[in-house]
Design a protein. Sequence first.
Length: 272
Amino acid sequence: MTTRIASRFTAKNTFIAYGLAALTLTGCNLETGDTAMPQPESTHQAHHLGVKATLYFHTSIENKWVYQQLYELAEQKLLANFTAQTWETQPAVILDIDETVLDNSRYEIENIALGRTYTLETWKEWTARAAAPALPGALAFCQLADSLGVKVIYLSNREVDETDATQQNLEQLGFPQAANLLLKFDSSDKTARRASVQENHPVILYLGDNFRDFSEDFSKRNQQFGADVLEALADSMRTYFVLFPNPMYGEWEKPVAPALDSPDRIVDFLDN
Ligand SMILES: [Mg+2]
């Protein structure tokens, strides 16, 4: 079965594979200490490794401010949607976790530094630490929703055996309603889990770093990298969705996989 987390980590594997290639090409294999490899065009290679994307995400104040801005926008949408009518049943907000609420870029950086590829085992070692920091603005948003009496649902493709550590991580950071976790137990498609919330609560806002956090339709990106799906859903998303940036990995990588695999032919790929 192809699961979302599997597809996500396939993307991560691609990224880390480039990282490994770079470490080898730069003649510095951190695992073996081997420095005998030929010197590469390191700057050129680095553009294709995901290293810059990871460093941008992890260190740049630009990224921190983008998250802060988007969470402030999310607060405005939450308040607008919440006050738009009188609710007979408790409304809910649904947030993705990884790279929406929690920042796992430290795990990505450790993989690069260790010359290590992603594995589910090392990922779960990371999540078991319950040490991921909150992304800027996330805590204040969730606290606002909680103060309004809105149900806060954390819907993630972390797996169910990561439940305790994930809840602990969120609680340590002060996130409200941290027990409201909907993690992956079979499919990476979040549609059924969203529907299980919608059965009992009107969902007034969704937040995620991947359009699949809003609709599974975004797994189909056959035309202009999914521009047709985006156009079809844009009006609904303006009201009910806030997207956060994740250049490190994600659904966006799938249609550009040929360019990632052959960066020397990236112009041909994009022009054809
Ligand atoms: Mg995510």
